[in-house]
Design a protein. Structure first.
Length: 314
């Protein structure tokens, strides 16, 4: 008898980000089972009911229910979006102490129920909380992943596409480093279609100032959105879905996730946003792309900031 593999995803946190992720999962038909867990059980139940009422329009069957940590035992992936949200004027790093306490309890509950899959972390500050999850879980570094700069890179691609009036999907550019104020664009390897960005800028007789403005708006995008609507949720929800798809479908896709560095880029013992190959095993490998001298200095600074922030937590 043919037994098809059932992919179960457990989502911890039924807030705006978590529900945007769940909605994206249903619309993309990425998994077969989706479990929602939240401290507010009534909220989780309400979200599940609402999501299930649209199942008739989903591209494939998906069983969704509000569950408990016991459901983590048979999960392939646990996605954590729970925690305190970033307030207007607050940096992601200022959230670190509050959300670290929350995360330690969450990870203990997940692991205490026999979980043996992959963690995907989205809560800010994501690089630090991914490191905390790795330490607390005892899992291998390949099986603990943060959303990193996947969203930042998507924002950069959108902004460059808008500026040059080309399809976002034909823009290939990365943001790496901390998902936050010290992140950096890798201009040296950015491409618009098959043309290097630097070549296109020269051909159009533009200058670096236009790129600097684009990056500043990308880096500060969350602040602008939070100021206007209180939170960011759709972009990160879709980013998490993209990472999930790469994992469950064994895609070997290259995404700028928060990955553990063990000598790559000259850095050790830190989770930070870098291009990595993602598949069913988690992070198959970290890709060490060539950086300019300035970009390498910026990455070193970003790493130093993260290490300085996490040191008191250990």
């Amino acid at each position: 008898m043919f037994n098809e593999k059932i992919n179960r995803v457990v989502l911890i946190g039924a807030g705006a980000v978590g529900c945007s992720y769940a909605y994206s999962m249903i619309n993309q038909g990425v998994a077969e089972e989706l479990v929602l867990i939240d401290v507010n059980e009534a909220k989780a139940e309400g979200e599940v009911r609402d999501l299930n009422h649209g199942m008739a329009f989903s591209p494939s069957p998906l069983k969704v229910w509000n569950g408990s940590y016991k459901d983590c035992k048979d999960a392939d992936l646990v996605v954590i979006t729970a925690g305190l949200a970033q307030k207007p004027g607050e940096t992601r790093l200022q959230l670190v102490e509050k959300n670290t306490r929350i995360f330690k309890k969450i990870v203990q509950n997940v692991m205490g129920n026999g979980f043996d899959g992959i963690f995907l972390v989205a809560t800010n500050p994501v690089d630090i909380l991914t490191y905390v999850t790795w330490k607390e879980s005892g899992l291998s570094k390949e099986r603990v992943i943060g959303s990193g700069t996947v969203l930042d890179s998507a924002r950069l691609r959108f902004s460059l596409g808008e500026y040059f009036n080309v399809d976002t999907r034909n823009v290939h550019a990365y943001i790496i480093g901390e998902h936050g104020d010290t992140e950096l664009p890798v201009w040296s390897s950015a491409m618009i279609g098959a043309e290097r960005l630097e070549t296109m800028i020269a051909r159009r007789e533009e200058n670096q100032a236009c790129l600097d403005e684009i990056f500043t708006n990308v880096r500060d995008a969350a602040y602008h959105i939070i100021e206007r609507k209180g939170a960011t949720n759709y972009g990160i929800g879709m980013s998490l879905m993209r990472i999930t798809k790469a994992i469950l479908h064994n895609e070997n896709s290259i995404l700028t996730v928060s990955a553990y560095l063990d000598g790559e880029y000259g850095q050790k013992d830190v989770y930070i946003g870098v291009p990595a190959v993602i598949n069913r095993s988690g992070i198959r490998e970290v890709m060490e792309i060539e950086l300019s001298d300035k970009e390498r200095e910026q990455l070193e600074h970003s790493t130093a900031v993260l290490k300085e922030t996490i040191a008191p937590l250990e």
